[in-house]
Structures are given as C-alpha cells and as structure tokens.
Design a protein around this ligand. Structure first.
Ligand code: DX5
Ligand code: ZN
Length: 217
C-alpha cells in the first residue's frame, strides 16, 4: 500500500490544527514533520512542541524528518504515542549505527535520509538496520523546490537493493513531488510519498490529497 505523507512545513501555521484535520478527512496517511535547525540546513522550521500540539487534533501517525545536527540529543523529544518513524540524515550522523539503535530503543521505526548527492553505497552496512530510507529529491531546507531527476534512478536502484537485502524496507521520497511526477516515483518503488507545497499550496487542500490518492490506485 502506498501512503501519502503531507508535509506541514507548507501549511498555514496559524491554523495548523485545522489543516491537519482537513488532510486526515481527505484520506492522508501520515503527517510528515520537517524539523530544521539552521545548521544542517540553511533554514529553521519548528521543534517538537509544535508536533506535540497536534497530538489531540489527529490520529494520523507522525513521520519525523530531522534535518538537524547531532540528532541524538533530541530524539526523545519526538517520541509520542503517535510517532511512527524518526528519520535522521546520514550526512548528519558521525555514529550512524549508534543513532539508529537509539531510535529503535525508543520503540519507534528508524529511517535514514540521503541528500541528492549522497550515494546509495553509504547504506552498505546499515540497510538491514532500518525500517525506511528517505530519498531526498531536492536539497533539504525549503519546500516548493523542483524535483531533481536523478532521484528517480536512485529509487530504482534502492528498490533492487531492498528486494535483495531487506524486503520489509519502505522507500520514501521527499521534495518536489506533484501530481505530474508522483506516478513515476511510485512505479519505481516508492511506498511513502511526501508532498508539501503540492498539497498545502493548493486552494483545495482536500481535493489535492484525494487526487494524490487516486494516483496510487
Ligand atoms: C525539504 C523537506 C520537504 C519539503 C517538501 O527540506 O524535507 O519535506 O517540505 O516540500 P515540497 O513537496 O514542496 O517539495
Ligand atoms: Zn521532509
């Protein structure tokens, strides 16, 4: 089953609770939570308090994408009953194996995110240790950027690696996904689709969620 994870980064923060209700009613599966520290990426978004404020407003699970340095210091803050995935960047983790074990010890699923220029070879010694790999199809830091085409081939290669080594692994794509290119990435093996501006940037947010889900069938 393919899941849609709208990124609240592109939502109207003054009415976040309402926005989350809207996407849930329309059939979205997960809430993608983009956390940026202004160091690992050149932008600051929000922290765990904002995520936790949504807990009562939705029953969708949180898909936490940490674009921060030294993520180990903050992992506990993002663990709630609704947290399904915590994903850290390979590029931000000096002791990646330890960080992945740390995430799993907190009872949540562990993901690794790879920047567009990071090769799949960095997964050589950790593919079996993770529940999800997030392929960045833009340089992290901002919503509303254009899809980087080489990400598609990366997903296809990762899909082959998954089938050989860790069939339960989920492949997530993040950045520049819209209704025109979503089919190409799901055909390539993506099972979790992040969409920010193409959901929350639309007049009809619910309609956009529904259109994405139709593309999954
Ligand atoms: C980028 C974030 C993405 C972003 C996606 O740094 O990780 O999740 O919000 O936004 P769109 O879909 O607009 O590219
Ligand atoms: Zn993200």
């Amino acid at each position: 089953m393919i899941q849609l994870a709208p990124s609240i980064l592109s939502a109207d923060f003054s009415r976040l609770g309402k926005s989350v209700e809207t996407i849930e009613k329309a059939g979205a599966h997960l809430i993608h939570v983009d956390v940026m520290d202004g160091h690992f990426v050149p932008n600051i978004s929000f922290g765990s308090a904002v995520m936790k404020s949504l807990a009562g407003k939705t029953s969708m699970a949180f898909d936490v994408h940490l674009m921060i340095e030294e993520p180990d210091r903050y992992l506990e803050d993002f663990v709630t009953e609704q947290t399904e995935y915590i994903t850290v960047h390979q590029e931000a983790c000096v002791h990646l194996n330890r960080t992945l074990q740390h995430i799993k010890s907190l009872g949540v699923k562990a993901g690794i995110a790879l920047n567009p220029a990071t090769p799949l070879s960095v997964l050589e010694y950790c593919l079996e240790d993770v529940d999800m790999v997030l392929i960045m199809s833009v340089n992290p830091g901002f919503g509303g950027q254009r899809f980087i085409p080489s990400a598609l081939n990366k997903v296809k290669r990762l899909y082959r690696m998954k089938n050989e080594r860790n069939p339960k692994l989920k492949i997530e794509i993040d950045g520049g996904i819209n209704l025109s290119n979503v089919r190409s990435v799901t055909d390539a093996g993506v099972e979790i689709v992040v969409a920010g501006s193409s959901v929350f940037g639309c007049e009809d947010v619910a309609g956009s969620v529904k259109k994405f889900i139709t593309e999954f069938k």
